[in-house]
Design a protein around this ligand. Structure first.
Ligand code: 5AD
Ligand code: SF4
Length: 439
């Protein structure tokens, strides 16, 4: 039998890319590839890229440059670029980097086996279509590659919101929801193989409207149906838009015990003027009202968010509104970014804020967010949480898992086993994790 060929995939960006990388590995598995953890012995290297901010794409180009020596040592090595940079600049990548054999966008990676064959035959292949067919119908149906008791499941892709700064509607395309039956079948398969927590993924996941019995189902109904799967203990979803936070989804946070008390709900800015310029179609007060209703349903809900500073036209007063919103919410965790102009987006036409001003704002915002995160973590000390143990930690005998609130929790105890949901008392707060003891 021929030696299996080795595939090395490096994943950038969001959780959906992590999910897509697993699907690409399965698709190429049918062409005789097994995955490897190192680029050095690979027969194919795939970079699954992110285009959301400028540096992400630049990192890809510098990474590609580093493969030159590998390709010189192994002329049979094939190099591919997948994901959103591939979608946005497919032909440009081929021009700029002759080392690249293959470019595949997020909606066509089910065609990878055919592309791989073409590339092995000496061609260079680019496919960045938005095809009519659904890639999920054309991917291998066999067992999914397993990575512990917590898994991602894509239920929705693309976005119709067109925030003025964002490339997602262009790279991932229009909003599409997977049918309910497909989602349930994938979830049941995961659970039958030991998964206890599923995170539903979508660029706009709470706009989910998949075909189900009797018509389109919203996300809340999907979650309630998933919750009936025996053995599935925890459900999460990400990422949501404030305008799609419907009543039934808010209610589910209060009455569906398997839905975890953590929500990533980006707001981007606290200034109504900037929100309008961003085409967000909500005000700061609208957002705060949604948060109030969520907390009325689930008082211990831990909130996470995304923020952009230095959006074109942002003044110090606008930025103060963002700080005020952050103070009003109290985030357990958050991501914040300096605005970067993305070619092809409406905001890219507008003059940006001076870089040193934006950097200064980012530092002030991050200091506030870090303080909130620390305070909320410190308030966990002494409390009991339940932790889904996932994998060994860095220290001997240590296991690491996630609490209901998505805090990473370390436990050192020989009884701690991967896949268990353990009651843990938190004893210490560390910079990005908690330490606890089994109770
Ligand atoms: N510049 C900076 N941050 C951006 N994001 C999206 N586009 C940009 C951009 N052009 C951020 C938003 C989004 C997160 C995934 O990335 O905060 O919610
Ligand atoms: Fe991008 Fe999210 Fe806005 Fe859609 S809702 S355009 S994915 S920031």
């Amino acid at each position: 039998m021929a030696e299996p060929k080795k595939l090395f995939i490096k994943t950038y960006g969001c959780q959906m890319n992590v999910y897509d990388s697993e699907r690409m590995a399965e698709a190429l598995g049918a062409s005789g590839y097994v995955t490897t953890q190192s680029a050095d012995d690979a027969d194919m290297i795939l970079l699954n890229t992110c285009h959301i901010r400028e540096k992400a794409a630049e990192k890809v180009y510098s990474e590609l440059g580093r493969f030159k020596a590998l390709k010189a040592a192994n002329p049979d090595l094939k190099i591919g670029v997948a994901g959103c940079v591939a979608q946005a600049e497919g032909a440009e990548i081929m021009r700029r980097q002759p080392l690249v054999d293959l470019v595949v966008g997020p909606q066509t990676y089910h065609r990878l086996p055919a592309m791989e064959a073409a590339v092995r035959a000496g061609a260079r292949a680019v496919d960045t279509d938005f095809p009519q067919e659904d890639k999920f119908d054309h991917l291998p149906k066999g067992p999914r590659a397993m990575r512990g008791p917590s898994a991602f499941l894509t239920v929705q892709e693309g976005c119709d919101k067109f925030c003025a700064f964002c490339v997602v509607p262009y790279t991932r395309g229009a909003e599409v929801s997977r049918p309910v039956a497909r989602v349930l079948a994938e979830a049941e398969d995961l659970v039958s193989r030991g998964v206890r927590e599923i995170t539903l993924l979508g660029q706009n996941v709470n706009a989910y409207h998949g075909d189900g019995a009797g018509g389109a189902w919203g996300l809340a109904r999907l979650i309630r149906e998933l919750a009936r799967i025996e053995g599935l203990e925890r459900i999460r979803f990400t990422t949501s838009h404030p305008n799609d936070m419907e009543d039934d989804l808010i209610a589910a946070h209060g009455d569906e015990p398997k839905l975890m008390p953590y929500l990533h709900l980006p707001v981007q800015s606290g200034s109504d003027r900037i929100l309008k310029a961003m085409n967000r179609k909500h005000t700061a007060a609208d957002y705060l009202r949604v948060i109030d209703r969520l907390r009325a349903a689930r008082p211990d809900l831990l909130l996470s968010g995304d923020f952009i500073v230095g959006f074109p036209g942002e003044t110090e007063a606008d930025f103060q509104d963002t700080l005020a919103l952050v103070r009003a919410v109290g985030y357990g965790q958050a991501y914040s970014f300096k605005y970067s102009a993305r070619p092809g987006t409406p905001a890219a036409e507008r003059a940006g804020v001076a870089d040193d001003v934006a950097s200064d704002r980012l530092a002030r915002l991050q200091a506030l967010l870090a303080q909130q995160q620390r305070e909320i973590q410190e308030a966990m000390v002494g409390r009991e949480v339940s932790v889904l143990l996932e994998k060994p930690g860095r220290m001997a005998g240590q296991m690491v898992g996630k609490s209901e609130y998505l805090h990473a929790v370390h436990v050192t105890d020989p009884r701690a086993k991967s896949g268990d949901i353990a009651r843990v008392r938190i004893v210490e707060s560390r910079p990005n994790s908690l330490a606890g003891v089994l109770v």
